[in-house]
Design a protein around this ligand. Sequence first.
Ligand SMILES: NC(=O)c1ccc[n+]([C@@H]2O[C@H](COP(=O)([O-])OP(=O)(O)OC[C@H]3O[C@@H](n4cnc5c(N)ncnc54)[C@H](O)[C@@H]3O)[C@@H](O)[C@H]2O)c1
Length: 366
Amino acid sequence: MAMIGGGPGAFIGPVHRIAAELDREIELVAGVFSSDAARSRAAADIYRIDPARAYPDLATMLASERQRADPADFVAIVTPNHDHLPSARAALNAGFAVISDKPMTATLTEAHALAKAVSASGLPYALTYTYSGYPLVREARARIAAGALGPVRKVVVEYPQGWLAGAAEGKQAAWRVDPARAGAGGCIGDIGVHAFHLAEFVTGLRVSELLADLGTVVPGRMLDDDCAVLLRFDNGARGVLLASQIEVGELNGLRIRVYGEHGGLVWRQETPNTLLLHHGDGRTEILRAGDAALGPDAARRTRTPGGHPEGYLEAFANLYRDFAEVLRGGTAPLLPGAADGLRSMAFIDAAVRTSAAGAGWTALTI
Ligand SMILES: NC(=O)c1ccc[n+]([C@@H]2O[C@H](COP(=O)([O-])OP(=O)(O)OC[C@H]3O[C@@H](n4cnc5c(N)ncnc54)[C@H](O)[C@@H]3O)[C@@H](O)[C@H]2O)c1
């Protein structure tokens, strides 16, 4: 694996490195870790890779890796959003498969361009919608698909955080509140898009219409930081999506609730090894990671026996395990790819545009 981004002090780059290497199928061997050549070189020490493969820029990395007898097989993109399109396109053009963090790009127009590049390249392309890697999220999806709740009628997904409640300080925050680097969406693109993907992933439904009310609460901020979106799904179910980064005290409180004709389920990211299943007769069943009752998809993505908690890193590692399968020529139907990316970008775009225009209900057509 070669990495783009993830330099000294970065958040998600080191997470990708740990997750990719967890099962020893993948090894980080190269990277352009920063747009600053000296900082990129300094990252060789952090990641303990050959300093000669901590490159000063992307063009040099792609050209040098292509000439090696043992080149990297793929590129992981963990830079701020505005860099996703140029980096992914350059890597694909140079013949490298790509796994990228979300959102796919900074804008919907860019996402269309990238989807075209992916399809023209014929190379694997995946997106790390982290929450789709959790075993109990996969179980929730499998149970709903098997009819455990009956036809889905209602979906409530919320993603509260509080870390941008004040002036955004620190570099993780700085690019997230800058439209030139984050894209058209603030909170909606940073975490609302995770909630959107999770809702469609778990239910197997598609959002057909939305009504968005995105607010900017912190004075002077140029992007949204507090979002409410009503959803209608293609089977007639209704939904609510809340995402906020100004809810003081909230950490990473992603939660999804789905209700069908004769059952409901609840999953929370901060207690990811428990899935509540409500039955129509009033009983509530507690499913736990590692339970023998879980289906094959959840079981295959659990590494430790029940009661030995796994979490964020392992969920990420599950996406890398799926990606390794694809690189070997196999399939991983649940691994998010360009189609999911395009859809998510259409969601962000529609929410931002129609909220600003007060446009009311809007079709989501991609
Ligand atoms: N899946 C998730 O749960 C999750 C969580 C956090 C962040 N993300 C996504 O990951 C991406 C990075 O977020 P972050 O929080 O790690 O940001 P960050 O600011 O902590 O790190 C970004 C890194 O990219 C480097 N960089 C910037 N431009 C570069 C370039 N042109 N070439 C090489 N390196 C460059 C920076 O130097 C920095 O090291 C964003 O797209 C974000 O949406 C996803």
